[in-house]
Design a binder for this molecule. Structure first.
Ligand SMILES: [Zn+2]
Length: 246
């Protein structure tokens, strides 16, 4: 892993502007983990991909992420501090390349692999979240047998699909990062899902805007070129911004 420089952050932001969120996550990883090819990142189980994003995020912006959530009942806005070291420390049951796993549920025997970014991108085409989730799971099914009969994944009963989703979650726990929240105003309790890739992207986009505004101010004040301003350490940039009266 390498730290993201100011130039990296602007390059990631520029490349990711027109990309699908799944591709953005891969673009960020490409810059933070140059040894990991885009193809290999795309094949990482989602929780493993998100673990890398979280670790990189902690390096760029620090360990604590402050997520925001609105109470679904009364609309109260909550701030949720999340320590990356705590969530990314959850042990993954598998690591490395996706392998095949087995599940027996009732009379069904399912062989499957864990969902990765390619599956996530393909499933995201469906506008209905429930259908998208089912499509994601079905894409990862290698084979299904009912007794001696081969069965199509689309014919799996809901109970087996639920069991399969549960097994995938055990094997790749970071794939869905959930938090139990209680509203301090009305006492309502609910579960909030955090999308680490989307959260990190939003932070990078804000940081890019801030950097561009610094370049704008310093270029106006001193006539320096963009690449020279970005090559300065953040501390020096702040000092010059102060001197320039910004
Ligand atoms: Zn509330």
């Amino acid at each position: 892993m390498q730290d993201l420089t100011a130039q990296d952050i602007l390059a990631v932001w520029e490349a990711g502007q027109d990309q699908h969120p799944v591709d953005r996550a891969l673009t960020v990883l490409e810059h933070g983990f140059p040894d990991l090819t885009r193809e290999r990142s795309a094949r990482l189980p989602l929780g493993q991909r998100d673990r890398l994003l979280l670790v990189l995020r902690a390096q760029v912006f620090g360990d604590v992420m402050t997520a925001a959530a609105g109470c679904p009942k009364c609309g109260e806005q909550l701030e949720i501090p999340i320590a990356v070291s705590e969530v990314s420390g959850q042990p993954a049951a598998v690591s490395g390349q996706p392998a095949a796993f087995s599940l027996r549920s009732g009379k069904y025997a399912v062989r499957f692999r864990l969902p990765d970014s390619r599956d996530q991108a393909a499933a995201a085409v469906s506008p209905d979240p429930t259908a998208a989730h089912r499509a994601l799971l079905e894409r990862c099914i290698i084979s299904v047998r009912h007794g001696k009969q081969e069965v199509r994944p689309s014919r799996l009963p809901e109970a087996t699909v639920t069991a399969l989703a549960g097994r995938m979650e055990e094997l790749d726990p970071l794939a869905e990062l959930t938090f139990d929240l209680t509203c301090p105003q009305c006492g309502n309790q609910w579960e909030e899902v955090l999308d680490p890739a989307g959260f990190f992207w939003a932070e990078l986009a804000m940081e890019a805007q801030r950097l561009l505004s610094e370049v704008h101010t310093l270029a106006q004040a001193y006539g320096w070129r963009e690449q020279d301003i970005l090559a300065l350490s953040a501390r020096r940039r702040q000092q010059y911004l102060g001197l320039a009266g910004s």
